[in-house]
Design a protein around this ligand. Structure first.
Ligand SMILES: Nc1ncnc2c1ncn2[C@@H]1O[C@H](COP(=O)(O)OP(=O)(O)OP(=O)(O)O)[C@@H](O)[C@H]1O
Length: 242
């Protein structure tokens, strides 16, 4: 039976007088790849921050795996199985690639040997095994994004929140990341994906929510979203060709 793994219920986030997210509700099912799209400043990252304990929501509830997680800290949310990547990837540059991924693994084990084994497994999963001993700071952006994926995968998440994981990548790098995401879903994870690259979004997402000025503008399949006149007017532009 398909179950909602995540339920966002009437979530709002205000920064003083600035309403960044306004009364947004939607649900994500187990093993879905779910897209969160919208113009710059629409509130996508703020919503991720409210979901993962980095910001308290001003109003509303975040229910993950049947638990209300509004008041939890980011590390507590991570231990429950929801983990995020950052739009601007910031690995610990003076640690090796392996050590960076081990930090993720320490969310699920205290044993260094186990953390190393989990880290190596996930470096292999993203194709970074050959870079294990390199300093993370020395990697180009495409490999840093893969490192970011390996780090969150090492926490063995039920749900991954990916914030522009394809941002700044070329087509080949994007395709590789999308292939990894498909594989991760096949292995049982659920994915929420913030992305501006509409080709990537429509090729990988089962369903999409569109935010605009903090409000939910539309929800549907990629086909419904790319043909929605309100979404075309607010985000995709008149020249968009579904
Ligand atoms: N810490 C903060 N303090 C004050 N305002 C903030 C803060 N974080 C975000 N905002 C504001 O909230 C609104 C939504 O920003 P947010 O970064 O969530 O949008 P976004 O959809 O992720 O945009 P982008 O696609 O450019 O990343 C913007 O007006 C932004 O200036």
């Amino acid at each position: 039976m398909i179950q909602h793994l995540l339920h966002i219920s009437h979530v709002s986030k205000h920064f003083g007088g600035n309403v960044a997210v306004s009364d947004v509700s939607f649900s994500v099912d187990e093993k879905e790849i779910f897209g969160l799209i919208g113009p710059n400043g629409a509130g996508k990252t703020t919503l991720f921050n409210c979901m993962t304990g980095f910001y308290p929501a001003t109003a509303g509830d975040v229910i993950f795996d049947n638990k209300k997680i509004n008041a939890l800290r980011p590390d507590e949310v991570c231990r429950l199985g929801m983990v995020r990547t950052w739009q601007r990837v910031k690995p610990l540059g003076t640690l090796t690639v392996l050590e960076n991924v081990m930090i993720g693994a320490f969310a699920i084990t205290n044993a260094t040997r186990d953390a190393e084994a989990i880290a190596r497994e996930n470096l292999q999963a993203v194709g970074l095994s050959d870079y294990a001993d390199k300093l993370a700071g020395s990697l180009p952006i495409g490999l840093k994004k893969k490192l970011e994926l390996a780090r969150v995968l090492a926490t063995h998440p039920k749900m991954l929140l990916l914030d522009e994981i394809c941002g700044g990548l070329n087509h080949t790098e994007t395709d590789t990341i999308l292939e990894i995401i498909r594989r991760v879903r096949k292995q049982g994870a659920t994915i929420v994906f913030i992305e501006h690259d509409m080709k990537a979004v429509t090729s990988i997402c089962d369903r999409i929510v569109v935010l605009n000025s903090g409000e939910k503008l539309a929800e549907g399949t990629p086909e419904e979203i790319t043909n929605n006149p309100d979404v075309i007017a607010a985000y995709l532009g008149g020249g968009y060709n579904a």
